[in-house]
Ligand binder design. Sequence first.
Ligand code: HEC
Ligand code: HEC
Length: 282
Amino acid sequence: MNWLSDNVNLLSLIGAAAIIIITGFVAGKYIKQMKTDKSTGELTGDDWDGIGEYKNPLPMGWAIMFLLTTIWAIWYFLAGYPLNAYSQIGEYNEEVQAYNDRFESKWSNADKETLKQMGKGVFFVQCAPCHGITGDGINGKAQDLTAWATEDFIVHTIVNGTKGSNYPLGEMPAGLLDEESAKAVAAYMVEKISKTGQSKNPDLVATGEALWATCSACHGEDGKGMEGSAPDLTTYGHAEFVVEVLNRGKVGVIGNMPAFNDGRLTGIQKQAVGEYILSLTE
Ligand code: HEC
Ligand code: HEC
């Protein structure tokens, strides 16, 4: 049995057994004395309605056990379970970690469709309470994910700015460009930076490229965010960007979104929910 192979358990059991046996002996001895009424010794002199008290010393065995128990309790508290090696929480965490590792390796090569299905499950549990069952943001209470990360949304972001994910460069200010120029930059971004597909304004791509300098100041010439100073826009519209949002959280304009970096979701689950919410705009 493996609970016997644990030496702290074994020691506790031996101690408990010794205490029971010694208590049994001592109690037996005194009960016998009471029955035969042959006890001897000096009385304390106190007398409660005829009931006296002997000045007998503590039984040696009991006194030793009492002392040993005290020492053991101190050892147990300082070096035994509570502050040392083992804890149920620790065991639970290890089991969760082992399960998550298996989960991660099992789904490490999952295709997009599988991830989308997995992400749907994650979304309903973790995201729908704020973003709504359909992801529409429940009348503006949270980001409307059915319109997020689209070409139109890039225009919206450029015109209105964005903030709250704690990047070193801080906020992206509103009004960097007017709506027409923003449309051109969005077209360039969709086709050349984030490469999410064909822009709906392909004729504006060249104009957008010329205006990209407005963005490259913070996001870099290549859009990669200058080593974490601002978001990496080459992943915008892909699941990786969502993973980044989930790791950072957002204290934005609409409201607060918590970070999901406390182990609640595994890396694969974040990627999966990313694939799922991006499919909401299709
Ligand atoms: C002053 C620096 C700065 C400039 C200039 C700038 N950005 Fe940003 N941008 C940021 C920062 C910082 C964030 C992250 C904000 C946050 O969520 O905390 C960001 C976020 C974004 C996002 C992600 C929005 C989201 O939903 O998370 C997009 C898209 C974007 N920028 C596009 C652009 C484009 C296109 C331009 C050029 C017109 C541009 N940015 C110019 C600093 C800048
Ligand atoms: C407690 C409520 C809450 C929960 C739970 C929540 N969100 Fe959000 N989320 C928000 C709010 C509010 C915003 C808007 C922040 C802003 O821009 O003001 C937001 C914004 C977003 C954005 C846009 C971020 C950006 O940079 O523009 C994405 C993507 C997103 N959430 C995805 C998710 C996913 C995926 C989940 C589930 C794993 C989730 N959210 C769970 C409240 C929540």
